[in-house]
Design a protein around this ligand. Sequence first.
Ligand code: HEM
Length: 221
Amino acid sequence: MGLISLGLIILYSKNLGVNTDGKILLKTLHAYLGYVFVINLIVRIIYFFSNDSYSNWKAIFSFGKKDITTLKLFIKALKERNMPNYLGHNPIAKLMISLLFLLLIIQAISGLVLAGTDLYLPPFGHEIAKWVTGEDPNKLAALQPGSKENLDMNAYNEMRIFRKPFITVHIYAFYSLLIAILLHIVAVILSEIKEKSGLISSMITGNKFFSKKPIDYDNDE
Ligand code: HEM
């Protein structure tokens, strides 16, 4: 939420009358929150590979022939209002989570590049600062984010061309994320209403309740 709110303010900073210093402060706050977000994302990705449950990467990111058939059967069952129960994620939820993760990874990578091109922050900031100052150590030492002083203008203009696709991707992934998050929330609420399995509370307790046996429960005990 913090990243989205600050991102929105940066996006509309001209209309809001934010001056250059204010914009740099907003971008810096956004980038620091971005680092927390990136660490979180890395921890979650490690968890995908280090557990053997329904949140394992293989249980979610699998797009084989079998998964497509399962998805088609699930959609057919949905249309017939006979939705099967899933202990883990249902086939549409798996697609949704895959899309969300793809967008989050795109946002993290493009954000880290932008933190370098706009604020000269790690992990790429030092290299970018060297580039835009034409590798002049005095200019490098005096370089400030948002200031046009101490720049080698040719190198700076080249860097701005390099940066362009990253900001475009960051903005489009941002709008796509907003739509994906909204769809995700609507889907979770609809599933909860239809399944009545305690899907939302299961995100905290890990317990779901079913009226019929979940079709992905393979332990016959
Ligand atoms: C879910 C995660 C994220 C969301 C929703 C998000 C959203 C946004 C939005 C909407 C903007 C405004 C674009 C504009 O400049 O007009 C922005 C800019 C920016 N973001 Fe992110 N961002 C995210 C993650 C990150 C991360 C991880 C970093 C870096 C650590 C980052 C660094 C930046 C920087 C430096 C800018 C300023 C670019 C500029 O305007 O020149 N962002 N972000």
